[in-house]
Design a protein around this ligand. Structure first.
Ligand code: NAP
Length: 297
């Protein structure tokens, strides 16, 4: 039996839920010859580590922080058109002809929204944050012709990203700015996607809404209640904790809420399909992620 090797490269990596998620998917499909490991790889070691994985007969890899952008600089990857446009790769496929790169993060976010009954077609999207995850998600919605507003603590980063997306996708309804326009942007949005670290780790008790200046005499809850559209969907791509302060605030005001668990599962499921040609059981993968999160709590 030849072992089919898969894995994830990141730094740090001990927190990764990907091994549990993919191992569960292999088990459910009785792919007993497939193994998935987590490997701590320093940025300066990335190119050699990927080439070594290729020499060792790996079939596929995921890349996570801090490697998604850096791998393209190595020149050893053939990115697909979307990953090339975004400038980030989270999935590698090893083939005879070379190493292919894909970005399944944004498609994972889209699948999570769609399966939660929040079809984003034609909707106005507000993206909070302009980091790596925001970048791929904004590109996807820009490509799909949505009206996209990106706001970030560092306004220039959001403005630059929006301008780049507008040029590369031809969608002129993509704009960027800072948090100072937050309340008015909220009033326009059908779907709000939170992609910053607010709500996790040292920011656990902080919500994006806490970053917005309140008009005199108004409370945060009053502002959210009056600005949020009645059918608005609040999606936080953070999955640990499962309910961030942003989601709690939005839920209180009546929004439909969604956390980052299913985005994590779908980006993994799409990578799994790229590697194996098989559709994994996303329910089994989600169960493994939730068990892993419970252990961390
Ligand atoms: P990143 O590239 O480092 O971007 C971080 C973003 O957070 C930037 O927009 C940054 O704003 C903002 N930020 C950080 N601290 C902040 C603060 N105190 N106040 C306001 N904004 C702050 O990170 P990333 O790769 O995009 O990941 C972001 C989050 O998404 C992480 O929590 C990650 O776990 C999650 N994620 C989830 C999935 C999933 O599958 N569910 C996938 C990918 C990522 P500045 O530009 O102003 O610094």
């Amino acid at each position: 039996m030849t072992v089919q090797k898969f894995g994830v490269f990141g730094y740090p990596i001990s927190h990764s839920l990907s091994p549990a998620m993919h191992t569960a998917a292999f088990s459910a499909l009785k792919m007993t010859d497939s193994v998935y490991g987590a490997y701590a790889v320093l940025p300066e070691e990335l190119k050699d580590a990927v080439l070594k994985a290729q020499a060792d007969g790996f079939r596929g890899l995921n890349l996570t922080i801090p490697h998604k952008e850096k791998i393209l600089e190595s020149g050893i990857i053939k990115p697909d058109p979307f990953a090339k446009k975004v400038g980030a790769v989270n999935t590698l496929l090893f083939k005879e002809e070379g190493i292919y790169g894909f970005n399944t993060d944004a498609a994972g976010a889209l699948a999570a929204l769609e399966t939660a009954g929040a079809d984003p077609a034609g909707k106005k999207i507000l993206i909070i944050g302009a980091g790596g995850a925001a970048r791929s998600i904004s590109f996807l919605f820009g490509e799909r012709g949505n009206t996209v507003r990106i706001i970030n603590r560092t306004a220039e980063k959001a403005e630059k990203l929006a301008a780049e997306i507008a040029v590369k996708t031809g969608n002129r309804d993509v704009s960027g700015g800072g948090f100072s326009t937050g309340w008015e942007n909220l009033a326009q949005a059908d779907i709000i996607i939170q992609t910053t670290e607010l709500g996790m780790g040292k920011y656990e008790d902080v919500s994006f809404f806490d970053q917005l200046e309140l008009p005199a005499g108004k409370t945060k809850d009053e502002m959210i209640q009056t600005r949020l559209k009645s059918q608005a969907v609040a999606f936080d791509i953070v999955y640990n904790p499962r309910e961030t302060k942003f989601l709690k605030d939005a839920k209180k005001a009546g929004a439909k809420t969604l956390n980052g668990v299913m985005m994590l599962v779908y980006q993994g499921a799409l990578a799994f399909e790229i590697w194996t040609g098989q559709k994994p059981d996303v329910g089994v993968m989600a169960e493994a992620v939730l068990k892993g999160l419970e252990r961390k709590e």
